[in-house]
Design a protein around this ligand. Structure first.
Ligand SMILES: CC(C)(COP(=O)(O)OP(=O)(O)OC[C@H]1O[C@@H](n2cnc3c(N)ncnc32)[C@H](O)[C@@H]1OP(=O)(O)O)[C@@H](O)C(=O)NCCC(=O)NCCS
Length: 221
């Protein structure tokens, strides 16, 4: 399957909400993604299937402001194209495979969620979303990445450990539905040479052809 990552748009909200409900049925109330897209601290991305078109009704929206500048900066600062795209789809509507989001506060990017449609898991999509978050957060001058994850969520924890997160705390009974503990995880310095070198190795390993993730970027807004 061919897929890539770009910023979330208003037209993606219905599919993102569907994926959110499937992945986090116990979280209530569900996240209001329309509101999140208006929040300048919040950044959301989606993984799209190149080949499929969704059945959702077409809605015309403007892409998120400022993304293009950020993409250019990321392109300049790194010796590869970032793993996310600002381009509009060539035609039709895109099938969303997964999405992820984070909030930026001071120099910290806090990952709010990352989810992949159940039928499309274990195909590297979660990994590409995480890579893209790290690139975006770095481009937005974040030094540190943080998140909370359910103690029972071994799949997500494995993904985070793979990318260098370490456990830095525990919140007892944090999740209200079943009083499950939350594990707090972080990467303390995503700008360090050692982390960036590890990230590049992981990107190479993730990519099927051994090259770093590439995409076309547009500077049109
Ligand atoms: C966590 C999640 C996003 C991973 O997405 P994914 O596309 O299936 O993950 P990938 O295929 O990219 O896997 C990347 C790595 O994640 C880890 N991983 C993913 N699924 C796993 C599983 N079922 N068991 C163990 N490790 C797993 C592995 O380390 C894997 O690397 P590997 O292939 O070298 O073993 C997905 O399971 C999901 O949407 N879960 C529900 C939502 C959720 O819990 N989100 C996290 C909230 S904190």
């Amino acid at each position: 399957m061919s897929y890539y990552v770009r910023l979330m748009r208003k037209e993606d909200i219905a599919q993102a909400t569907e994926i959110d409900r499937e992945a986090f049925p116990a979280e209530w109330p569900p996240i209001d993604y329309e509101r999140e897209l208006q929040n300048w601290l919040a950044h959301y991305i989606v993984a799209c299937d190149d080949s499929e078109t969704s059945q959702e009704p077409e809605v015309t929206v403007a892409p998120q402001k400022g993304f293009s500048k950020l993409a250019s900066r990321v392109r300049q600062w790194f010796n590869y194209e970032p793993a996310f795209s600002s381009e509009l789809p060539p035609s039709g509507r895109q099938y969303i495979l997964g999405f992820a989001g984070f909030w930026i506060t001071a120099d910290e990017a806090h990952i709010t969620n990352i989810a992949v449609r159940e039928i499309h898991r274990r195909q590297g999509i979660g990994e590409l979303l995480l890579i893209s978050i790290i690139d975006l957060a770095t481009g937005l001058n974040a030094g540190k990445l943080t998140l909370e994850v359910r103690a029972s969520n071994i799949a997500a924890q494995s993904l985070y450990y793979k990318y260098g997160f370490t456990q830095v705390g525990l919140r007892h009974g944090y999740y209200t539905n079943n009083k499950e503990d939350a594990i707090l995880m972080s990467i303390e310095d995503i700008t360090s040479a050692s982390f960036q070198s590890r990230l590049n190795q992981l990107k190479k390993a993730h990519s099927k052809n051994g090259e770093l993730p590439s995409t076309k970027l547009s500077d049109s807004y």
